[in-house]
Write a protein that binds this ligand. Structure first.
Ligand SMILES: Cc1cc2nc3c(=O)[nH]c(=O)nc-3n(C[C@H](O)[C@H](O)[C@H](O)COP(=O)(O)OP(=O)(O)OC[C@H]3O[C@@H](n4cnc5c(N)ncnc54)[C@H](O)[C@@H]3O)c2cc1C
Length: 413
């Protein structure tokens, strides 16, 4: 038995401090009210306090912090997108992740194990070549590799040369990685609270107060709160919040499911994904296999998992790793994801003055958490949207300056 465990086991008072201070009294007014206590809302609060000295901030979470998509995702972190705008943004996020455990003083178990995306046809090879060139130009570690190199990276992968899903090439992204998702939310929450940010759980926003075209506060199940600025960071509920503020978002909401198996001996270092098979697999530090795929094919606000998805996802995973046929599934779950027409997020101003959007994070927002937090905080603090966020403005859907990431996002979150 480790000495520390024995020592604390024998002590009357456990020395650990709670992650969050006791809940403070709700003030009648804050400089900034953030709706949504997921990774994004908490990261915005943290960077407002840390980088801009803005601490009169409340984060309002209707449930418990990190209990939304932040605690439901499959933790893929990567920057191997198609458009330069996305590559620049997600690369900034990867760079922040590298030092985040130290910065937040929480072990996020961040591990850059690389991500391998498989090409089963010529069209995929062409698009991978483009992604590799864009990525290299912008300084990410990415290259197109051939079957012998794939075999060397993942010896356990079933590699047919013919049939329905031959493996012809791979997009190898060494910067790809994983982190512990709930720790990201708790880390940002703890460090934001330490700096004076107020975090309220079980506090639901039921209305947005708008006067003369400007957001001036929110209505909640605990009363009204006045605000200098309001931010919505509610992932799968973005359209509902925007409706409360009086405008519509170009978003459709779909369930997204994932599953995890019992632990098995480590055999899979990189994250492996296949867009044609609509499946991706990674192995946790504990040995479990985390398996995900595409969204459910219908719009719904539901976190129910379905037999349909389980069957198809297992079938596709077994195309890649047939020897897993007898491994048991431990859990299957779902989150509610907001998809935009171009599969890119919406960050920045809204049609209502003083009302900021951090929305449309669909199936890909976990990896973005520190970067959206940092740059959204900068936008709110300076009232000027930083260049790195500008391509993701809501008005791109009017001007048709889309940031199309459908090909790089569909089944490889
Ligand atoms: C199965 C699955 C797998 C995924 N895999 C990946 C992946 O591998 N990599 C990746 O980058 N992304 C992935 N994602 C997407 C990612 O999880 C999300 O984009 C990201 O977590 C969004 O973070 P958030 O903080 O905006 O949202 P959330 O963590 O959902 O936080 C929003 C919070 O807002 C709260 N809220 C909603 N309405 C209100 C209200 N009216 N009042 C107060 N609070 C409210 C909710 O309770 C919730 O806690 C996946 C998602 C799912 C579901």
């Amino acid at each position: 038995m480790p000495f520390g465990l024995l020592k604390y086991g024998l002590r009357r008072r456990y020395p650990a401090r709670p992650d969050l201070p006791p809940e403070p009294d709700l003030r009648p007014a804050y400089d900034v009210v953030i709706v949504g206590g997921g990774g994004h809302g908490l990261a915005i609060a943290y960077y407002l306090a840390r980088e801009h000295g803005i601490t009169n901030v409340a984060v309002l979470e209707k449930n418990y912090i990190g209990g939304g998509n932040t605690g439901r995702n499959t933790t893929v972190i990567r920057s191997n997108y198609v458009t330069p705008e996305s590559v620049r943004f997600y690369k900034a996020a990867v760079e922040l992740y590298r030092d985040l455990s130290e910065e937040l003083d929480v072990n996020l178990m961040y591990a850059e194990r690389g991500q391998l995306t498989l090409a089963h046809n010529d069209a995929s090879i062409r698009s991978f070549r483009l992604r590799a060139e864009v990525g290299k130009l912008l300084g990410t570690r990415i290259e197109l590799i051939d079957p012998p190199a794939i075999r060397a990276l993942v010896p356990a992968l079933h590699m047919p040369e013919g049939g329905r899903y031959p493996i012809l090439a791979g997009l190898w992204h060494q910067d790809g990685g994983l982190a512990r998702h709930d720790a990201v939310a708790w880390g940002f929450a703890a460090r934001a609270a330490e700096r004076g940010v107020h975090i309220f759980q079980r506090t639901e926003v039921t209305g947005i107060d708008v006067e003369s075209g400007r957001a001036v506060g929110v209505a909640t199940n605990r009363g009204r709160i006045a605000a200098g600025a309001v931010v919505q960071a509610v992932a799968g509920y973005s359209s509902l919040l925007a409706k409360m503020a009086g405008f519509r978002l170009p978003i459709r909401t779909y369930p997204l499911q994932a599953m995890v198996t019992e632990p098995v001996k480590p055999f899979l270092e990189p994250l492996v994904s296949s867009a044609q098979l609509h499946a991706y697999v990674s192995q946790t530090a504990r040995g479990e296999l985390v398996i995900g795929g595409g969204s459910d094919p219908y719009e719904l606000y539901s976190t129910r998992s379905t037999l349909d998805l389980k069957e198809s996802l297992i079938q596709h995973t077994l195309e890649l790793f047939p020897f897993l046929a007898n491994v048991k599934l431990l859990r299957q779950w779902a989150g509610v994801t907001d998809m935009t027409p171009d599969y890119s997020p919406i960050m920045g101003e809204s049609p209502v003055a003083g009302y900021w959007l951090d929305a449309g994070w669909g199936t890909y927002g976990f990896k973005a958490t520190p970067a959206s937090g940092r740059y959204m905080a900068r936008a709110i603090a300076t009232n000027r949207v930083p260049d790195i966020l500008r391509p993701f403005a809501l008005d791109r859907f009017r001007s048709l300056a889309l940031v199309n990431e459908m090909g790089a996002t569909a089944a490889s979150h």
